[in-house]
Structure formats: C-alpha cells, structure tokens
Design a protein around this ligand. Structure first.
Ligand code: DQA
Length: 146
C-alpha cells in the first residue's frame, strides 16, 4: 500500500486557538482527520506526525526513506529558517509536497522565503486545512513505488 508521511512543524499543535483570524479554527486533530479521510478515499496509508523540534522532524524524514512513498510537509516557522530541514528533504528520494495553511506570500516579507521550496516538487498554500487533502492527492500523483 502506498504510504504518505504528513509532517507538521512548530506551533501547529496550537491550531484551533492560535491566531484563528489567520489560521482558522480547525485544530491539528481535525487536520489529521481530513488527511486520514482523504487517505482512506484514495487507498493510501497516512503517517501523521507533529513535532515542535527540528531534530525530531529531521529524524522522521530520514526514517521515511525506507517506509514512505512521498512526504507532505508543513514546516511552519522552520520553513523560513531551516537549512537543516531542507538538506534532510534533499537527502531522501521521496517526492516532497510543501503545504501552508496561509498564503505566505501575502504576509510579512520574511515569510516569503521558503527553504523547504528549494527541496519541494510542488507547493500548496492558502487553502487552509482543506489544502492538506489537496497535498495528499498531489503527493500520491508523485509517489514512486519503493
Ligand atoms: C504556516 C506559515 C508559517 O509562516 C508560520 O510560521 C506557521 C504556519 C502556514 O501553514 O500557513 O506556523 O506554515
């Protein structure tokens, strides 16, 4: 069965109560449900992970290289800072779909720079929680059988 790793970075565990006027009111649990429903619909296994720690996200990317066919990642604030996450994504053969709830290009200028984009095959942004379902479809389209 095709397997997609959905990775979520810092502060996304606070979704629902975190700046709802920017990020909406869906919690990360609701987003996980959206991912699993789309996975069931498409017949793919979803591994859903959140961490506030850069190293944990990097370990998950490394471990994905043997278990996963594609990676969907919302690196949150690490998007704009982490050369290490970009390098980790480049170190594995899996296709990468970058996702953001918000349109990062319409916000503060520092959010327009994404290190993750330099390792991503495609980017989905600005569609809120529903974007995760789109990202899973895109990732399935790119997935290479192991
Ligand atoms: C985000 C955008 C980032 O700039 C921000 O730091 C986040 C969430 C998004 O999904 O829109 O934490 O990745």
């Amino acid at each position: 069965m095709t397997s997609i790793l959905v990775l979520n970075g810092p502060n996304l565990n606070m979704l629902g109560s975190r700046e709802p006027e920017i990020y909406g009111t869906d919690s990360l649990t609701a987003i996980e449900r959206i991912c699993r429903e789309r996975g069931d619909h498409l017949g793919v296994d979803i591994e859903f992970l959140h961490s506030n720690h850069e190293g944990t996200l990097i370990d998950a990317i490394h471990n994905a290289s043997t278990r996963t066919d594609a990676i969907v990642i919302n690196a949150a604030a690490y998007t704009h800072t982490s050369v290490a996450l970009m390098d980790a994504l480049k170190s594995v053969p899996q296709p990468v779909v970058e996702i953001h709830l918000t349109n990062i290009h319409r916000r503060e200028s520092f959010r327009s720079r994404s290190y993750i984009s330099l390792a991503a095959d495609g980017v989905i942004l600005g569609f809120g929680a529903k974007g995760y379902a789109l990202a899973i479809e895109a990732a399935l389209g790119l997935a290479k059988p192991r």
